[in-house]
Every structure is written in structure tokens, then in C-alpha cells.
Write a protein that binds this ligand. Structure first.
Ligand SMILES: Cc1cc2nc3c(=O)[nH]c(=O)nc-3n(C[C@H](O)[C@H](O)[C@H](O)COP(=O)(O)OP(=O)(O)OC[C@H]3O[C@@H](n4cnc5c(N)ncnc54)[C@H](O)[C@@H]3O)c2cc1C
Length: 385
């Protein structure tokens, strides 16, 4: 059977994939977006969307969306109370702003301002909103399509269990670990991610990070009486969020009053590696290109920005302005300029927080000096073009 043909196939419809597909479709390309899951769905994530990407998010979502996507835009524009669709668990909440981070380590707390404030947007809402925005932009967007492999010949052939599609270019946005994104993990620490939402009365409007040896747990409001608890922990140390809560006394005490909103979701193993922008002729964007330590709260922003950059680079190739190889180089140069410092600084900060206690005790007092915290937070942010 002849493969259905497109100019661009985007593999995976997280924030990076939808951003890429929307950008390419708005540039006039015939785009296919393939996603293995069905939306809406929960996803392991602290759901902290940094200020730097809120404007881009709003532009990607556009203005004439159908529910539930249109619930996001008013929240970003006015921060007034909005009516959520019945599918979400927070019927009348606005998406909360987060203007400060409280870091709890070795029994002491450091508070850093997040200025301008970030926003909590549940992935349950965000991912489907972006997927619908892609459809609205003219993308042929299909759910329940698990890509088995991609072959490169004269065209790219993308094979799912039931169909094969062809395209002149493919962008891999299937996340940090998938059938298309795999790498050598020999000797690397293996981490897991866990997330659930809990009821908590009047949660603090801050991002609270509880560090302990071998991991951390972030606690952030996602509604007027709900919080997101999301942990990254070495896989040999914990199997459940309850295991995680026991690892830090303040977190343990706080979590005693929580009532779960839905069962904990977990994620495939997390590994860190140097970012790459191309593999097997495909551009890589979002986590498929590089996974920034999640405590930085910049993964969604990097995904939106790198997906947009990749879509724009492929549009140049399809419009005949440059070859595919030149588009790859263009994307690589843009990626390094915008995102490399954020990766570097997040890794440094993470190493400092995981350093032996005597070293932390020597360095952490510096983080209390006014202005230093805000500077550190900013250093982990992508440079918006
Ligand atoms: C514990 C933890 C906490 C985090 N907290 C935050 C936070 O607070 N703020 C923040 O900004 N970032 C956070 N992140 C990071 C953030 O979740 C990611 O950076 C972001 O989801 C990356 O988006 P993406 O589109 O690249 O990948 P993903 O969101 O992973 O999307 C990839 C998509 O591809 C699909 N897919 C995979 N394989 C296939 C296949 N074979 N065929 C078709 N589709 C496929 C998947 O189903 C998925 O929908 C956190 C991550 C972890 C692990």
C-alpha cells in the first residue's frame, strides 16, 4: 500500500511536537502530527510553566480554540477566574501564579524570588490545548498512533502498527526515552519520576522544593485547594510517592493531611546526557534533544521554544530556501545559542545541591544574599529569541 505523503511528520505530541507542528503549518506546510496516547491524559511533571514561555504559549494556542483549549488563553491573558470544562478536576480555578521558590535542604529553607512569576498549568489541560491548536492550524493530528520506526530513503517512511506515512522531513519530539529516542545508558544513574495531585487547604503560592540524598520532591499549587507533588528520585531509593515523602521530615509532616485527587503516575527511567539536535536525519526537539534537570522548571519552555525553532527551520527547507542539511545546521546553531547556557547552569546548580554536606554548607549561605537567588533562577532559563 502506498504511504500517505506529507511535507513534515512530527513524531510525538507533547509541548515540543505540537509547537513544531503549529509553526510549520502556519508557514504553509502539509504536516502530520502522530501521538501514541489519547488526550487528555496525566503526565509526570511539576506543571510549572516559566514566564519566559508564556507569551510563546499564548501565540501557539491562538485565539479561536474550542474547549478545553480556550480555557487556557483567558487564564494567561487576564488571570481572572475561568470556567474549566467538566473533564478537568478543578472546575472553577484559575491557573495559579508562582512568584517564589522555597528550597528546603538539610532542615533549612532558602527563599528565592521568581520574577516575573511563572504559572501552574496542568498537563492534563496543556497538552490537549496545544494538540487542538495544531488541528486548528491545519495540522493532520492523530492520536493513538504509536510509531514503530522511521526509515530514511529518498523520503522518510514513518511506520505505525496500522499505517505507513511518508514525508520530506521528520522531527522527533517523542520525549527523553521512546522507540525513537534511545542512547547508551551504561554507567549512568537511573532516576524515576512520580506525580500526583492532592487536596491541601490554602496551599502556599510558592514552588516548594524538598531536597534529600538521592532526589527531591516539588510541591506547588495547581488550584485553590490542590497541589501537585512531583518527585525525581534514584530508582533504587523509592518506588512510590509515599516512599519519597518519608525522606524529608518537613515534607513528611506536610503530606500527612493530603488527600489524593488521582492515583500516582510514574515515568520511564530518566537519564541525563549532552543535548543533540539531529539523529538519523531527523531534527530532535524538546526532551528528545536534551533533558534539563526538572528542578529548573524549564523543560516545557525549552520544549515549546525548540519545537518552534525546529518547525521554522524545516519550513525553510520545504520552501526551497536551503537544503535539509543546512536547515539542520541552522537549527543546531539556534539551539546552542538559546539553550546551551540553561543546560549548563541547571547541571551546575544540581551538582551544588547534591554536593557533600560540608560543601553545601560552605556554598549555600551565598544563595541567601539578596539578588543571588533570582540570578541563579534566571541562569537556568532559555534565552528567548
Ligand atoms: C519529575 C519531573 C518533573 C518535571 N517538572 C517540570 C516542571 O515543573 N516544569 C517544566 O517546565 N518541566 C518539567 N519537567 C520536564 C517536562 O515534563 C518536559 O521537559 C516536557 O514534557 C518535554 O516536552 P516534550 O514535548 O519534549 O516531551 P513529552 O512531553 O515527553 O512528549 C512526548 C510525546 O511523545 C509521545 N510519544 C512517545 N513515543 C512515541 C511513539 N513511539 N509514537 C508516537 N508518540 C510517541 C508521548 O506519548 C508524548 O506525548 C519535569 C519532568 C520530570 C520527569
Amino acid at each position: 500500500m502506498e504511504a500517505a505523503g506529507y511535507q513534515l511528520i512530527v513524531a510525538g505530541a507533547g509541548p515540543a511536537g505540537s509547537a513544531c507542528a503549529i509553526t510549520a503549518a502556519r508557514a504553509g506546510l502539509k504536516v502530520l502530527l502522530l501521538e501514541k496516547d489519547h488526550f487528555p491524559r496525566q503526565k509526570v511533571c511539576g506543571e510549572f510553566v516559566s514566564f519566559e514561555s508564556l507569551d510563546l504559549l499564548q501565540r501557539l494556542l491562538g485565539e479561536r480554540l474550542h474547549p478545553p483549549a480556550d480555557a487556557i488563553l483567558p487564564a494567561l491573558e487576564t488571570s481572572s477566574a475561568i470556567a474549566y470544562p467538566a473533564a478537568t478536576e478543578y472546575p472553577t480555578a484559575e491557573y495559579p501564579k508562582r512568584g517564589r521558590a522555597r528550597i528546603s535542604i538539610d532542615g533549612t529553607a532558602i527563599t528565592w524570588p521568581i520574577h516575573p512569576a511563572a504559572q501552574s498549568i496542568p498537563r492534563f489541560d496543556l497538552d490537549i490545548a496545544l494538540f487542538r491548536a495544531a488541528q486548528h492550524a491545519g495540522v493532520d493530528a492523530k492520536e493513538g498512533m504509536n510509531i514503530m520506526d522511521v526509515q530514511r530513503g529518498e523520503k522518510f517512511l514513518v511506520r505505525t502498527a496500522s499505517q505507513t506515512f511518508s514525508a520530506s522531513a521528520v522531527v522527533n519530539t517523542t520525549g527523553r526515552w521512546s522507540k525513537l529516542t534511545q542512547f547508551d545508558v551504561t554507567g549512568k544513574d537511573r532516576w524515576i519520576g512520580l506525580k500526583a495531585h492532592f487536596r491541601e487547604s490554602s496551599p502556599s503560592p510558592s514552588v516548594d522544593l524538598y531536597f534529600f540524598p538521592g532526589g527531591y520532591c516539588g510541591v506547588t499549587p495547581v488550584g485553590p485547594d490542590s497541589i501537585n507533588a512531583c518527585a525525581m528520585v534514584r530508582s533504587d531509593l523509592a518506588r512510590s510517592l509515599e516512599d519519597v515523602f518519608c525522606k524529608e521530615p518537613a515534607l513528611f509532616a506536610r503530606s500527612r493531611a493530603w488527600q489524593p485527587v488521582f492515583p500516582t503516575v510514574t515515568t520511564s527511567p530518566l537519564y541525563f546526557r549532552a543535548p543533540e539536535t539531529t539523529a538519523n536525519g531527523m531534527l530532535l526537539a524538546g526532551d528528545a534533544a536534551g533533558f534539563i534537570d526538572p528542578f529548573a522548571g524549564d523543560g516545557i519552555s525549552l520544549a515549546l521554544q525548540s519545537g518552534t525553532l525546529a518547525g521554522a527551520a524545516i519550513a525553510q527547507f520545504i520552501h526551497g530556501t536551503c537544503s535539509l542539511e543546512a536547515a539542520q545546521q541552522l537549527y543546531h546553531a539556534g539551539y546552542c545559542k538559546q539553550f546551551a547556557p540553561a543546560f549548563r547552569n541547571a547541571a551546575r546548580l544540581r551538582r551544588a545541591l547534591a554536593a557533600p554536606k560540608w560543601l553545601r554548607n560552605a556554598v549555600l549561605p551565598l544563595a541567601r544574599i539578596p539578588g543571588i537567588g533570582a540570578l541563579l533562577v534566571r541562569s537556568t532559563r532559555a534565552r528567548v529569541s
